[in-house]
Design a protein. Sequence first.
Length: 299
Amino acid sequence: MRPVWQGALSFGLVNVPVRMYKAVEDHAVRFTQFQRGTRDRIRYRRVNERTGDEVPYDEIVRGREVGDDEYVLVEQEELDEIAPGRSRSLEVESFVDLDEVDPVYFDRAYWLAPAKEEAQRPYVLLLDALSGRDKAAVAKFVFHGREHLALARAGDGVIVLNTLHYAAEVRSADDVPQLPAKAKTNRKELDLAVKLIDAMTEPWKPEEFRDTYRERVEELIEAKRAGNTVTPAAEPEQPTKVVDLMEALAKSVRGSRKPRTPDLSGLSKTELRKLAKERDVKGRSKMSRADLEAALKAS
């Protein structure tokens, strides 16, 4: 990992030199554009709309419209001079209860790590204090040319920094069209809905979820490279029309009781045997003996 920002996390009189690393990476498949029927790549150029001439990047300045076709031009140096927090400081404004922060404000996630060995002790002190109290530090810092609001919280052995949206950036739910009015539900419907939620509740295991669309795209590319074709994905089944809400909930609860077929693809024999042992000894695995034996034979 390479740090994307380096500075000091400051709370009170405590100053912790830290480095910031991306906690998430983008796995989206990237494409290059071509003209259909050719191998000619499509390029985008920065051109002067009056002359049509291409403009070098170092000759481009930014402009902000302030009136009808009237712009104020600003140089990057001018923006740098007025940027706050040029000392590379991550200043803690306050501490809040973590559960008070609505996830709608969360933007991007980063890991914070001590920048030097002598910073490890105050770093761990803050990490343990945040963890023990379920608190998070609200801070501001400058990154990528703008001032960010951020939340530093305790992770598993690391301080997690989430950049936050400002309140003015979060659109009001009151502006969402066609939100239902306060419709009344009866007690039986509510009880069935709660039973359905309880029946479908499982421990959060993010590693069990995969980007299957990206995998299909990779399969398509490899198949076309080899001159083969890929079988189109099956169309989703049309939902059964159920007029009665009670009937729909009851059917959903009954359906949720059926054992789910686990996805064992990609697991090694060692991993499969470990799962089988957990099932025999601890009874924690949801898969059947037949599922495990079939997967072991196929691997």
